[in-house]
Design a protein around this ligand. Structure first.
Ligand code: ZN
Length: 403
């Protein structure tokens, strides 16, 4: 008898079995989250050649994207507040509830909040959160959003959008979806500035593209953007300087031609592979990595370099130098960046007292980020030099003769 064909099952048995299955499902969910949390904490997705827990859940475990997101979020929350596991297992709390409560939970309020949320529906938990963590009223908002047009057409000019009677329409989320093999639909809402640029590009293309076809305009725009981004990424030029290599003193300097070769050879994808030989799918947050660490004599040649995603670059460094060493290194880097931020922030009140606007004070104070060790008065002087450079600053009266 098939487990899925139940037409012969008597009503009371059907109801009893259903309840039993729901109970079992809850227990399984709690256990599943505990496993997810532990795998996440041990970062076992890294040796399996995935850049993140999310990628592991979607590609390895084949969870749907939203399901993966929800479970990882809930698992991390439950790891911080383990009482959640039991509440999930016995049905006091559902997965959506955990995700809703997550941003509000603290060690102080966790017990109370979890108890108050017990056996509540999503709407009930929303109500609870609104009572305990009231938010300010939503600001009144009126947005001009035109009705969707047939693809390939631009919306009418702004005049039509302010026609009377047009009240708040929800802004559609940008959408990029396959329609048929090799055909994709792109739908999005853009600001007036972007709209004007698009119109302008269309007009400039005039003769080359008489139809003004949006897809063709977008294609050319992306070509231009990619050239620019590649230039920044590889400092690539259309004419690679032949052999005239700037002999940079730093062994960490990677020549542009090496970057270009490595990027093309590795196909713009992380090269980390699991023991089973599965390659990491990451194509974003890629870094150029020395096969042998620089500290151990690694060289910036095409053979000596490879592409790695950020997660696997760090993972490899941890495997080489040890987790403790690397987390120490990251902590030192964090401290240094905090010290730089402080060096600038301390100067701002002084500049404000001198009558500078908040935004210009912030920009001037940024000059002090390189001087975390300098005494305050010296930093204030450095910040003031920002205004001295400008021909007509309000600072002109007391600078630079004051010093
Ligand atoms: Zn990777």
């Amino acid at each position: 008898v098939s487990t899925y064909s139940l037409s012969h099952v008597p009503d009371p048995v059907l109801l009893r079995d259903l309840a039993a299955l729901v109970a079992r499902d809850r227990a399984t969910t709690a256990a599943l989250l505990a496993h997810l949390a532990e795998v996440d904490a041990r970062r076992l997705y890294l040796p399996a050649a995935y850049p993140s827990m999310y990628a592991y859940c979607v590609h390895e475990l084949r969870l749907a994207e939203e399901a993966a997101f929800k479970r990882i979020h809930a698992a991390r929350t439950a790891r911080r507040f383990p009482a959640i596991f039991a509440a999930l297992a016995d049905g006091r709390l559902h997965l959506s509830g955990v995700v809703m409560l997550a941003p509000h939970l603290t060690p102080e309020n966790a017990d109370g909040l979890l108890a108050a949320a017990a056996h509540r529906s999503k709407a009930g938990i929303e109500q609870l959160l609104a009572e305990r963590f009231p938010r300010p009223d939503l600001p009144a908002r009126l947005e001009a959003v035109s009705p969707p047009l047939p693809s390939g057409q631009l919306a009418p000019g702004p005049a039509d959008q302010h026609a009377p009677g047009r009240v708040e329409a929800p802004t559609p989320r940008p959408k990029l979806a396959p329609l048929a093999p090799e055909r994709y639909a792109l739908q999005l809402t853009m600001g007036k500035g972007t709209h004007d640029k698009l119109r302008y590009a269309q007009a400039l293309l005039g003769h080359q593209l008489p139809s003004g076809d949006l897809a063709a305009v977008l294609d050319r725009a992306l070509d231009a953007l990619i050239v620019q981004l590649e230039q920044r990424k590889f400092s690539a030029t259309s004419r690679p300087r032949s052999r005239q290599r700037r002999s940079s003193a730093s062994p960490r300097h990677i020549p542009a031609e090496v970057k270009r070769t490595v990027w093309e050879r590795d196909g713009g994808q992380c090269t980390f592979a699991s023991e089973a030989g599965r390659r990491c799918p990451a194509r974003t947050r890629l870094e150029f990595d020395h096969v042998d660490p620089v500290a151990r004599g690694g060289r910036a040649t095409a053979e000596g370099m490879r592409l790695r995603c950020r997660a696997h670059n760090q993972y490899a460094a941890e495997c080489t130098f040890g987790v403790g060493f690397m987390s120490q290194k990251r902590a030192t880097a964090r401290d240094a960046s905090a010290a730089r931020a402080r060096a600038a922030a301390e100067v701002i009140p002084w500049l404000r007292q001198l009558g500078f606007r908040a935004d210009e004070a912030r920009r001037a104070a940024a000059r002090c980020e390189t001087l975390p060790e300098a005494p305050l008065d010296q930093r204030v002087r450095v910040a003031l030099s920002f205004f001295a450079k400008r021909p007509q600053g309000r600072a002109a009266g007391f600078l630079p003769t004051a010093t």
